[in-house]
Write a protein that binds this ligand. Structure first.
Ligand code: OOG
Ligand code: MG
Length: 255
């Protein structure tokens, strides 16, 4: 059953058609949902995409309230999802995309998430402003917790702004930075990095334990999207930009 669900989710993504009902989906528990996610992700890898990172979801109240889900989730990213800063994203390749402002971390080495002595924070060597484009494969972004996990946490595209070197011993304080999302120059969402679990670095122990439990790899060079600091907005044609005070900005053009 899991294989069929994974195949349907992959077909929805490649065919850009939202799923209205999926037999067996409601019977999945969280662990089974991560197996479906892994199996759908394997289709991307089989098409030649390369794993490039991981993303966290529902790390802010704004997102939990918007989507009606209040547990942390983790998804997987590939290089094919990455749009360069200032680059263009063709929205015709997506179903009903939304965009949200995020903070990204970079992993300087491989991390074994099941090693109890490993502190993921010491593997972070850079931080950057980021945009995430999400595109649920379910009609109306309507999903349960296992449903959104199986659907790779709605992952569709992302863009990363300039990396700034960072270590936990650094003076750079990222716990309460103003975050804004603008569309064609107009501010549509504002928030703070404090909205992300109180401090974006708190996502790292949570990521480590989810990665250990659900066999998510954490590799050198990977991007870690810490989760949206604000609610997501529909992505329409135009220029969308995330600004994070002290870190800079990142923009993409949706065409
Ligand atoms: C799920 C993805 C959540 C975030 O940053 O909280 C997420 C969704 O909202 O469809 O990426
Ligand atoms: Mg996100």
């Amino acid at each position: 059953m899991s294989v069929e669900i994974a195949d349907s989710l992959d077909a929805a993504q490649t065919g850009r058609v939202a799923i209205t009902s999926l037999p067996g989906l409601d019977d999945l528990d969280v662990s089974q949902a991560y197996l479906v996610q892994a199996s759908a992700f394997a289709h991307r890898l089989a098409r030649g995409e390369q794993a490039s990172g991981v993303k966290l979801g529902f790390t802010s109240r704004a997102k939990m309230a918007q989507m009606g889900v209040d547990e942390l989730i983790v998804g997987r990213l590939t290089g094919a999802m990455c749009v360069e800063d200032g680059g263009t994203l063709d929205i015709e390749t997506l179903i009903h995309p939304r965009v949200e402002p995020e903070i990204a971390f970079r992993l300087s080495r491989d991390v074994d998430p099941s090693d109890p002595l490993e502190d993921l924070r010491t593997a972070i060597d850079a931080v950057a402003p980021a945009l995430e484009v999400i595109d649920s494969r379910y009609e109306g972004f309507s999903f349960s917790l296992p449903g959104v996990i199986a659907d790779n946490t709605s992952a569709a595209a992302y863009a990363i702004g300039p990396w700034r070197s960072f270590s936990v011993r650094d003076e750079l304080e990222i716990g309460n930075l103003a975050v804004a999302l603008t569309v064609d120059g107009a501010r549509v969402e504002v928030g703070s990095s404090a909205a992300i679990l109180g401090h974006p670095l708190r996502t790292l122990p949570a990521l480590k334990s989810m990665a250990a439990k659900h066999n998510v790899e954490l590799k050198r060079g990977f991007v870690v999207l810490a989760g949206a600091a604000t609610a997501a907005v529909p992505l329409r044609r135009g220029v969308v930009e995330a600004r994070v005070a002290g870190l800079g900005r990142v923009a993409i053009e949706a065409s």
